[in-house]
Design a protein around this ligand. Structure first.
Ligand code: ADP
Ligand code: MG
Length: 413
């Protein structure tokens, strides 16, 4: 591995290079430039499909789209992050990726036998979701450039979907609110890419605001901005991209999800969100002969509680106080929900041993990224300690960068 590959991804990139690339690829000026961010989830993991709470924040790492409308119903998609040319599709003949190939190899996108690269399913899925909803969306030329690391659990997929939705919203004067764009983006990923994700990632990309985390109730989609000006309190939030993604991820996700649904059925509630924390002991007693489900239920109920406690500390202006809750959340995901892995555990343990205030895996698990809350003055030491621990264990070098709570999707030009 080269030093370049291990370098932390830079967040900043302006609109000008994307505009220039659009001109070079599509041969004319774009009608506008839009951006949508990646995200990290501060806390609230595996709660979204249990109607629970999540608390993501937008990164300053963004996906930028330059776009122009077309009158011939053709969609021409190009990405500066993917080797290969323009993917050309007809908006009136967009078909979902086959279930079994899903995101990784959705190679049969589009009609008339044309092969589309897997990545094109995300933006094309947004167009299809909008048209299915009866919205008057026609063809478009699009070019994307992104600084969101892909496949690192930082939701480059939602950034790509949401920036597409926002661009089309403006190009075709749809007048849709950010929350609606998030729903259409989720529909694109669920129905057309074939990934059964919840609503968190797309909502974060569409609705986040600078200096805040987004407290989202995934049952009624009510959301509230919670202050998270981490730098102002002498703290830093580090993201540790472990650079691994273990294969068992997809099946394990479906298994956990089914287990949670079974737990809710046994407990006689619509979703695990409806088990109050105060009744956890009773609920666990009812599951005494199903230890696997018991552990899943314990995670979800305590995790929802942790989200509420973190929000209370942030509302009170005390970011440092959330550290132990982050760390407790990691233990719960590792021991009860069993979705961590050696690299994530090592990142968390090494960071805490080097003086971090709190640390946890973030995202679905089995790889991806961890987050570390650390005093500004300790940040370099923690970074070095995690890097050294990975080297000593023989793991690929992690990529570590500072998460700055940035704005949600927006028009740049
Ligand atoms: P994550 O959302 O955590 O980054 P996913 O597997 O959900 O991981 O999504 C990553 C996929 O999204 C990539 O493999 C690629 O197909 C697509 N993607 C994301 N960003 C871009 C981009 N800028 N250009 C092309 N494809 C992208
Ligand atoms: Mg994703």
């Amino acid at each position: 591995m080269t030093a370049h590959e291990a370098a932390a991804p830079a967040a900043e990139h302006g609109a000008a290079p994307t505009e220039a690339a659009f001109r070079a690829v599509h041969g004319a000026a774009p009608a506008g430039i839009w951006a949508a961010p990646g995200r990290v989830n501060l806390i609230g993991e595996h709660t979204d499909y249990n109607d629970g709470f999540v608390l993501p924040l937008a990164l300053t790492h963004t996906t930028i789209a330059a776009a122009a409308p077309r009158t011939d119903g053709i969609l021409r998609l190009h990405s500066g992050n993917v080797d290969g040319g323009i993917v050309e599709l007809r908006t009136d003949d967009l078909r979902p990726a086959p279930r079994d190939t899903a995101a990784r190899s959705a190679s049969t996108w589009g009609g008339d036998g044309r092969r589309a690269e897997g990545w094109a399913a995300y933006p094309a899925g947004v167009v299809r979701a909008m048209r299915e909803a009866g919205l008057p969306v026609g063809g478009a030329d699009l070019h994307f450039d992104s600084t969101v690391p892909t496949g690192a659990g930082l939701s480059s997929s939602a950034a790509l979907e949401v920036v597409t939705a926002l661009a089309l919203n403006d190009l075709y004067a749809l007048g849709l609110a950010p929350q609606r764009l998030a729903r259409l983006a989720q529909r694109a990923e669920n129905a057309f890419v074939g990934v059964p994700c919840g609503i968190m990632d797309q909502t974060a990309a569409a609705c986040a605001t600078e200096g805040h985390a987004l407290f989202l109730d995934t049952r009624d989609l009510h959301s509230r901005q919670v202050p998270f000006d981490v730098a102002a309190q002498g703290l830093r939030l580090l993201v540790v991209d472990t650079r691994v993604k273990h294969e068992l991820g997809d099946g394990a996700y479906a298994e956990r999800r089914a287990g949670c649904e079974r737990g809710a059925r046994v407990l006689g509630v619509p979703a695990l969100r409806d088990v109050p924390y105060a009744q956890l002991t009773d609920a666990l007693a009812m599951l005494a002969d199903a230890p696997d489900i018991r552990a899943l239920v314990r995670h979800v109920v305590t995790e929802n509680r942790r989200v509420e406690e973190v929000v209370a500390h942030l509302d009170a202006g005390d970011i440092r106080a959330i550290g132990p809750l982050l760390t407790a959340g990691h233990a719960s995901l590792r021991d009860d929900f069993a979705v961590s892995c050696a690299e994530l555990d090592l990142a968390v343990d090494a960071a805490l041993a080097a003086g971090a205030v709190g640390a946890r895996m973030t995202g679905g698990g089995f790889g991806g990224s961890a987050i570390v809350l650390v005093d500004d003055v300790q940040a370099d030491a923690v970074d070095a300690a995690v890097t050294a621990a990975f080297a000593a264990a023989g793991h690929t070098a992690p990529r570590i960068f500072t998460a700055v709570p940035g704005p949600g999707a927006r028009r740049l030009a």
